[in-house]
Design a protein around this ligand. Structure first.
Ligand code: SF4
Length: 64
């Protein structure tokens, strides 16, 4: 199952990913992304890929 990886050092808290896929991403009190669910199924792939692509600092990746 594909896995979401977040680079917390790169994340600037823009929250684009949260807007695209709130089931998978949130922002903590420090303004850093929290991955709520690391694994996703094919039914959510398009949504997760859009969220990953929406990150302006490329802090998100999908590991197949
Ligand atoms: S879009 Fe990128 S920079 Fe913004 S919160 Fe998500 S991971 Fe962090």
């Amino acid at each position: 199952m594909p896995t979401i990886k977040a680079d917390l050092e790169l994340c600037q808290g823009y929250a684009n990913c949260v807007m695209e896929a709130p089931k998978y991403f949130d922002i903590n009190d420090e303004g850093v992304v929290v991955v709520l669910k690391e694994k996703f199924g094919e039914e959510d792939r398009a949504r997760v890929e859009t969220a990953v692509r929406s990150c302006p600092v490329t802090a998100l990746q999908i590991e197949e």
